[in-house]
Write a protein of this length. Structure first.
Length: 62
């Protein structure tokens, strides 16, 4: 089993006082193989199209 951990940073949200604040969102998804994990992240990057700062990693699940 492999876990895809990816995080996105968006500079577009406004804080309570009206200032622009970055928003960090972290997500995970489990896959049966490393290849499936990497393919899924590649698909996410394509969909993102540069809109958000996006990073991720596939790690084996213990």
């Amino acid at each position: 089993m492999w876990v895809l951990i990816f995080w996105m940073l968006s500079p577009h949200s406004l804080s309570v006082i009206g200032e622009s604040q970055p928003t960090l969102q972290v997500e995970t998804q489990v896959f049966n193989s490393e290849r499936a994990c990497k393919d899924a992240f590649a698909d996410i990057k394509k969909l993102n199209n540069g809109d958000l700062k996006l990073r991720g990693v596939c790690v084996p699940k213990d």
